[in-house]
Design a protein. Structure first.
Length: 95
């Protein structure tokens, strides 16, 4: 999302654009404004975040991803970028 005027976009526009970029089927529809998820962060102002259900299911410590982590992990092939996704696929394929 860099280099194409994303700094001038509203948070809602960034969220919608990010949703379209997500490749992981489990990440689709999971992008939120972070202060809506975690009320303790309301003093920091709204931030884009994704609550990863696969990471929660697999017991990962960090299940809430920030904007940069979403772009680097969820907007690419999750088999290559996400350890939790790979483990989940291996576990479900094994039966």
């Amino acid at each position: 999302m860099s280099g194409n005027g994303h700094n001038q976009m509203s948070l809602t526009e960034k969220t919608k654009k990010l949703e379209k970029m997500i490749c992981c089927k489990y990440g689709t529809g999971q992008v939120y404004l972070r202060n809506m998820i975690d009320p303790r962060l309301r003093t920091d102002g709204p931030q884009i975040a994704l609550r990863c259900r696969i990471r929660e299911y697999m017991g990962a410590e960090k299940c809430l991803l920030n904007f940069e982590e979403i772009v680097m992990t969820c907007c690419r092939n999750p088999m290559e970028t996400c350890e939790s996704y790979r483990q989940f696929c291996e576990r479900t394929a094994a039966g």
